[in-house]
Write a protein that binds this ligand. Sequence first.
Ligand SMILES: Cc1cc2nc3c(=O)[nH]c(=O)nc-3n(C[C@H](O)[C@H](O)[C@H](O)COP(=O)(O)OP(=O)(O)OC[C@H]3O[C@@H](n4cnc5c(N)ncnc54)[C@H](O)[C@@H]3O)c2cc1C
Length: 409
Amino acid sequence: MAEREVDFLIVGGGHAGFACAQALRDAGERGSILLVSREPDPPYDRTACTKSYLAGRAEREDVLLGGRDWPREHEVEVLVRTSVLKLAADKKRAALSNKDVVDFGAALLATGAMVRRLRVDGSKLGGVHYMRALGNADAIRRDAAEADHVVLVGGSYIGTEVAATLQAAGKRCAIVMQEDVVLERTFGPEVGGHVQGILEDHGIAVHGGEEVEAFVGEDERVTAVRTKSGLELPADLVVVGAGVVPDVQLARSAGLELGESGGIAVDARHQTSAPGIFAAGDVAEIDSGVHPAGRLRVEHWEVAAAQGRRAAAAMRGADPPPEEIPYFFSDLHDWLSYEYIGPAHAWDQVVVRGSMEDGAFSAWYLNDGCVAAVLSVDRPEDLERGRELFDKPVDADALADQAREPAVA
Ligand SMILES: Cc1cc2nc3c(=O)[nH]c(=O)nc-3n(C[C@H](O)[C@H](O)[C@H](O)COP(=O)(O)OP(=O)(O)OC[C@H]3O[C@@H](n4cnc5c(N)ncnc54)[C@H](O)[C@@H]3O)c2cc1C
């Protein structure tokens, strides 16, 4: 056991944790920084797991944030395969799984999120996977090499992205989900239906309105997915994307206040209920100054990174940079890329600008006449305008008319 002291302790080596370390050094901070991550890899781009890395178009080295040498060159100590097991918030002391006890000046909790597991028969069969980390992508790649039929459970980002990547690699993919069309919960039936059409055009079978009852197997390996309606889809590989839950184990045991979303409650400076302890990224529920929801927890990498940078400033006692409107992108192989600002928690009207058929359009989600979100496919200027008009009342007729500029009503 070693007792040691650091100026900055960062728990979690995801986008938020890395961006925090980077922002501290970029700001000229010379104090000691220790980043502790329970994963075997140093901080990497998690979003590649379903895209370039899964497709074999990027290697591990390509997806490391800042590159392999960044921590050494910037004197940031990174401990991988190590967990922070306990946090004594009042003493500003952390106990690590390598038995070190670390006293810190300020700490960031960037512990991210954990996959939601399906509790159905056959969950333990070989060939049934979840997707959160590079190790999951490695295992899926190995099984995919032998697989003909792949079933994706869940029709959101993970399901659609993995389906697109593996179908493009020559596998026969099927999506099974509770929603009627893919991505419906986030983008509604119109945009979701459009995305689904693209997936189906590329041969992906989509089964909506279904609930998985069991994974069926033989010799300890999955052979099919059965739904409650009796549908049975052949499968030698299953990837479940059923959402995530914020990883608040450490925060909860340290007695930190949690928010309504189950994330760690933080103020606009990312300060938790314990002085000197901050939180950012998927795990943090922030007091937002830009989103109409007020309190907000989102699971997008750019948001996590921006929050990590804002928290870094607060940890140094400086003013955080302005909060940005949450932004998200997704690629479905090279068939479709879309960007989104929001998220819209509710909307009563969707106005489409441009043409879905031509593959360049934006969808404006209005709530009570105000912009609640904008999704753009190849119309970056609309997304930019959407940022300016976010949460403001707009003229829906002008939005739909491309000859007119989107403007405040
Ligand atoms: C496969 C996949 C694809 C995605 N694609 C996109 C995309 O296209 N666009 C987009 O915007 N977003 C995407 N996301 C979401 C995005 O990756 C997350 O929003 C982002 O990773 C959140 O970063 P974070 O740092 O908050 O948490 P995470 O990236 O989850 O990192 C948290 C880290 O903390 C570690 N940890 C937790 N507890 C401890 C502890 N006690 N001690 C030590 N370490 C601990 C975890 O093991 C993990 O390594 C994707 C997510 C996944 C899983």
